[in-house]
Structure formats: C-alpha cells, structure tokens
Design a protein around this ligand. Structure first.
Ligand code: WQD
Length: 343
C-alpha cells in the first residue's frame, strides 16, 4: 500500500514540483490549497508529467472544520507543509494577514496530527531566519537573527512552535528545511514559477522582462560590499529542492531521524550575484536584458549562501543542476507560457 502524503500549498511553485517528485517516488499525494496565490491548472501540468492526477481539495488551512473533515477522509502517513504567505515586501504592509495565515495554519495541522497518527511533518522554512549572516557559507548552527520582515518572523516563530509542540511530548516528528533561493522550472516546462501579478522575486521578473511583459528590470542596488556591488544569493534549482523533500519524507517515515526535530539548509553552497545571474540569463536566452540600477530594497540581505554539508551527508541529498541549466529552464518555461497564451 503506497504511503499517503498531504501536501499543503501543493499547487504553488515549490509544492507542485515536490508533488511530481513524490508521485515519481511512489507516494500517493493529496494536495490542499486555497488558491490564493496559485491556479488549479497546475494539476494538469503535474498530471501530464507523472501520468497520475493528484487528489486535490480547495481548502484553507485556517479552516479547522474543513481540515478535520479532510483528516477523517484520509489517513496521512506524513505532511509537507508549504501553504503560507511568502512575499517579504507584502508582509511589511500586511503583518496581521501574515501572522494569522502562517501561524494559525501550522497550529491547526500540528493539533490534528497526534489523534490521526500522522508520523511527521516536513516544514518549508527559509534562510531568511538567519537575517544578515556574520559570515558565509552558513550552516544550521548559525545564529538566528531578528527577522528583517514579518514574513521572516513567521518562519522563525513557526520553527519554535514545532519545537515546543514536540518538546511537550507530542508523538510526532519534524524535519525543517531552510531554503535558500529556489529558481527555475521543471525541464518539461509543464510546471514552473507563476507568480500572480507583478513578480516580487528576481528570476520571474528577469524572464518576464526578457519576453517583453515587463519593460525593464530594476536591480536594487550595486553599492553593496560585494565584488560587483550587487547582492549575493545561493540560487538552487527547484527540482533539486523538491527531491530534498522526498529524501526528508523517506528519512522521517523510515525512522532514520537522529532526533525528533532536524533542520537542514538546502542550497548549492555557491553564492552568485544578481548581476552574474543576469549575465547568465543573457547567455542562455541569447538576448541582452534591459535593466537599470536603482536604490536598495528595504530588508534585503547583502550576501548569503549555504553550507549544505549536513544535507549532503545526513539527508543524502546534493544539488545537481547547474545555475546555467536552471536559468535555461526558467526561460523555456516563460516561452511555453507565451505559446500557451497564459502570459
Ligand atoms: C533576490 C535578490 C534583490 C527583484 C526572498 C525570501 C525568501 C524566499 C525567496 C520564499 C535580492 C534582487 C529582486 C527585483 C532585484 N521567499 N532583486 N530586482 O529576497 O533573496 O528571498 O524570496 O520562499 O525567503 O526572503 O529573493 O528574488 O526577491 O531577491 O534586484 O526585481 O534579487 O534585491 O538581492 P530574496 P528575491
């Protein structure tokens, strides 16, 4: 009997790529999503890749009654919790929406797990919890700094909620995955990043500028203390990232975890600057990108990249896909969206 995994936020960017990898690893997947920042059409893309249409319920994780009904309908062996609001800038404008959504959703799920014998939760966290690192590369023992945004603060509080709940004796486990900067799209170009409205993140803004949807990319500052003055990030391929979630689920369900809560940084271990990424895009697309340097964006970290050694050794996972191939996948996805008339 295939193990059944609940994927909250599973029609989202990282969630949809993870559903593909879970199905291809033999898991049965149930997706719940309130579609506040994604589209149910993603289910068609997933089905075209894997040949299996995942079960889907439009559901908000803040709705405890709806969650209770779902847990009565299915026995889940594990949960991967992606569903959250995640735009740094928006969280500064709407902090209460972020605290209510990101905290209540998690609390509801945790509360239901023991009575329904759900073994554990893989939690989608972020390198944002580290704030501005004292040095790079950064490992899991780096200090947690005061969050630079309500979004980052919700991730820090989420991690503490998980730890406190399990410390109280709850018979569940958790693996917390701290992502660096997920980019790119599935090589089939059937699924990818599809932000609703004006993209907040760098790569969709680059590809939308490349294809002419956006007039010009604004580079937020080139006066940082970095070789070319622009910020440095650890850009990780979204399929590599999805595969790490399958490894985490396997580790949890096979009782391989050394402790009830484990934390892993998921990055490539290599930093790349914004301007270097733009140059890579120009190389893979074969066209110059229209951009201009503007002032810094509030809350931006100057430079951060991962030491992925623990995930490599303990999780048995390593990022494989080059940033160049990743940028090529992002561009192929943008071209496919235009072919399909989506944008
Ligand atoms: C990257 C770099 C910008 C847009 C955030 C969250 C993180 C995760 C990913 C959810 C920065 C620069 C960007 C633009 C630019 N979120 N930039 N022009 O801020 O590193 O990470 O998104 O999972 O948790 O913190 O990602 O892509 O917004 O920015 O110059 O139009 O690109 O200044 O240096 P960020 P980003």
């Amino acid at each position: 009997m295939a193990k059944k995994i609940l994927v909250t936020g599973g029609t989202g960017y990282i969630g949809s790529h993870t559903v593909v990898e879970l199905q291809q690893a033999g898991y049965e997947v149930v997706i719940i999503d309130n579609l506040s920042n994604s589209n149910a059409d993603v289910l068609e893309g997933i089905t075209r890749i894997t040949g299996k249409r995942p079960l889907f319920d439009k559901l908000d994780c803040k709705d405890m009654d709806a969650l209770k009904a779902l847990f009565r309908k299915h026995h889940f062996d594990g949960i991967i919790h992606f569903a959250a609001s995640k735009a740094v800038g928006e969280s500064v404008q709407k902090p209460l929406l972020y605290y209510r959504n990101n905290l209540v959703s998690l609390i509801n799920l945790l509360e239901l797990m023991p009575e329904h014998n759900v073994k554990g939760m893989v939690f989608s966290s972020s390198c944002t919890v580290y704030g501005e690192p004292d040095s790079n590369p950064i490992d899991e023992n780096a200090p947690i700094k005061p969050a630079a945004s309500p979004y980052g603060n919700t991730k820090q509080i989420n991690e503490e909620i998980i730890r406190d709940f399990i410390h109280s004796g709850a018979p569940v486990m958790s693996i917390i995955l701290r992502y660096f900067n997920p980019i790119g799209a599935h090589p089939s170009a059937e699924i990818g990043e599809l932000p609703l409205g004006v993209p907040q993140n760098l790569v969709p803004y680059i590809t939308q500028t490349g294809i002419g949807i956006r007039e010009q990319l604004s580079v937020f500052g080139n006066d940082y203390n970095t070789p070319d003055g622009s910020c440095i990030r650890d850009f990780i391929n979204v399929v590599d990232l999805a595969k790490a979630h399958v490894k985490a689920i396997e580790r949890m369900l096979n009782n391989q975890s050394d402790e009830p809560v484990e934390i892993f940084n998921l990055g490539t271990g290599t930093g790349l600057s914004v301007l270097e990424l733009i140059a890579l895009f120009e190389k893979v697309s074969g066209k110059p990108l229209n951009y201009k340097i503007v002032g810094r964006r509030e809350g931006d970290i100057e430079q951060i990249w991962a030491n992925p050694g623990k995930a490599n050794k303990v999780l048995g996972w390593k990022a494989e896909i080059s940033v160049e191939d990743t940028m090529a996948s992002a561009w192929k996805w943008q071209l496919r969206l235009r072919e399909k008339g989506v944008m």
